[in-house]
Design a protein around this ligand. Structure first.
Ligand code: SAH
Ligand code: DHB
Ligand code: MG
Length: 221
């Protein structure tokens, strides 16, 4: 009953403000062709990321977890001409599919995909003095979310916005006895936000066509 209305209202918002063009639609279908899981953000969430990124006038964006480039394309479309996204992805096949989708979107000059273990790529950027990002979207494997966030802070400046997907997991975060490693990772991360004096943070619950979940949003002090 509740899910039914959430799905209908998601469609309503999509029709008003979240519509995908052909490239974004084909990005979603490209995943099935390669057997890649359908775990991209929804269209309305993609638009949400784009609006947030534009609100902080982001020019330099970091994404952790590319999949097929769906969220990456939504975000890149909110960038100014000289804007850039670095997106980190473990799976070469995901990176290959994403690169093709990004090329179709005409965004190859704005988006660089780095293939490898995100933790290593992040540490490398820190060691090489990559400099700070204006906006960071964390959406890779959930177990090390706390560690990703700590490294993201080292690639931030005061005012950087850090957004982390999937931090509610259908309410499973309330279950202190969960055996789900993804939920445990997210619980550890959410708890770490409480005492993190480097950020102002909140968590936004999200309902819609996809499973009930949420995003953490943190602004660096
Ligand atoms: N942001 C995407 C969805 C990302 S799904 C979108 O909304 O369109 C999570 C992605 O993180 C998957 O592609 C997965 O392969 C990748 N991933 C998982 N573990 C990783 C790791 N250790 N390092 C980098 N990427 C990882
Ligand atoms: C999963 C990962 C995601 O990033 C997401 O948005 C939904 C599900 C998962 O690994 O189950
Ligand atoms: Mg996600």
């Amino acid at each position: 009953m509740a899910q039914d209305i959430f799905t209908k209202v998601d469609q309503y918002i999509y029709d008003l403000l979240g519509q995908e063009d052909q490239v974004l639609k084909e990005t979603i279908t490209s995943l099935d062709k390669e057997g890649i899981p359908q775990i991209s953000v929804s269209a309305n969430q993609g638009k949400f990321l784009q609006v947030l990124l534009m609100a902080c006038c982001a020019k330099k964006v970091l994404e952790v977890g590319t999949l097929g480039g769906y969220s990456t394309i939504w975000m890149a479309r909110g960038l100014p001409d000289n804007g850039k996204i670095i997106s980190l992805e473990l799976e070469p096949v995901h990176a290959k599919v994403a690169a093709a989708n990004i090329a179709k979107a005409g965004l190859s000059d704005k988006i660089e995909i780095r293939v490898g273990i995100a933790m290593d790529s992040l540490q490398k950027m820190i060691d090489e003095g990559e400099g700070s990002f204006d906006f960071i979207f964390i959406d890779a494997d959930k177990e090390p979310y706390k560690e990703y966030f700590q490294l993201a802070l080292k690639l931030s400046r005061p005012g950087t916005l850090i957004v982390c997907d999937n931090v509610v997991r259908e309410g499973k975060v309330l279950d202190a006895n969960t055996n789900d490693e993804m939920v445990k990772g997210v619980q550890r991360f959410n708890q770490s936000l409480k005492n993190n004096s480097s950020v102002h943070a909140t968590i936004l619950q999200m309902v819609g066509a996809k499973a009930y979940d949420g995003m953490a949003i943190a602004v660096v002090k």
